[in-house]
Design a protein around this ligand. Structure first.
Ligand code: GLP
Length: 240
């Protein structure tokens, strides 16, 4: 794994540049996208590059990592809403080619075909990840098997607490989600992970220095052939 340390603006721009480079080299790239606050600046920089004519996403396809069970795509905390609001509505992408797991209705049927659907598009070329304070990636909580594909996950108390800051009340945070599995994520050809703030320091330490164990889901990335970790000084502070 490669590590790049810098302030949030700097690392976000570097990651956005990776997406622009990827899409310019292969206009029909398959992009793996993440939600959470960590990638927000990356998406803002991608929107800027698109508006400035430096890249076009019109032939890309996207697959998102996860979705809360119980939230409609129109709910303002659903990940479909997040993606439309923070990226898709502002770039020239064909929304029919953007895939986000469903959280309502026939979500189990859609979940079961998700990995095959990714494969039918040729697999993910570039995947962005955030990281949970407990080391989760997507919604793969500690203890998730390394060979997992897309599945239903129970959120841990710590994740519910972390994510409650975005809801009116902690009681509104869904307790389950559908998520790409750790194997689904490892199938991506290239991975970039972004982490900022002190709250992520322990997870980044475990990712970079700890043993590879299912108790620390992100530690599986140690085995990925092309994975770069971008973090700010605070997230990197325990590694130094
Ligand atoms: C959620 C998402 C993850 C994300 C994590 C961190 O649990 N399922 O994909 O990485 O939150 O979020 P944030 O970037 O807001 O700290």
């Amino acid at each position: 794994m490669k590590v790049i340390v810098g302030n949030e603006d700097y690392i976000s721009q570097l990651i956005a540049d990776e997406f622009v480079k990827q899409v310019n080299a292969k206009p029909n790239s398959v992009l793996g996208l993440a939600t959470g606050t960590s990638p927000l600046k990356v998406y803002a920089d991608m929107i800027k590059a698109n508006k400035e004519g430096k890249v076009s996403f019109k032939d890309c396809a996207t697959f998102n990592l996860d979705e809360y069970i119980g939230l409609e795509g129109t709910h303002n905390q659903s990940y479909r809403y997040f993606m439309n609001d923070n990226l898709f509505n502002h770039i020239d992408i064909d929304k029919a080619r953007t895939h986000v797991l469903k959280g309502v209705g026939d979500y189990e049927a859609y979940m079961r075909q998700y990995d095959d659907e990714i494969a039918s598009f040729g697999g993910i070329d570039l995947q962005i990840l955030g990281i949970g304070s407990d080391g989760h990636i997507a919604f793969n909580e500690p203890g998730t098997p390394f060979d997992s594909l897309t599945h239903i996950a129970e959120l841990t108390e710590s994740t519910i607490k972390d994510n409650s800051r975005l809801f009116n009340d902690i009681s509104e945070v869904p307790t389950k989600a559908v998520t790409m599995g750790l194997k689904s994520i490892m199938n991506a050809r290239k991975i970039v992970l972004i982490a900022t703030g002190k709250n992520k320091a322990k997870a980044i330490y475990n990712l970079l220095k700890g043993p590879k164990t299912e108790e620390v889901p992100c530690s599986i990335l140690q085995d990925h052939p092309d994975c770069t970790i971008y973090c700010d000084e605070e997230a990197y502070s325990l590694v130094k």
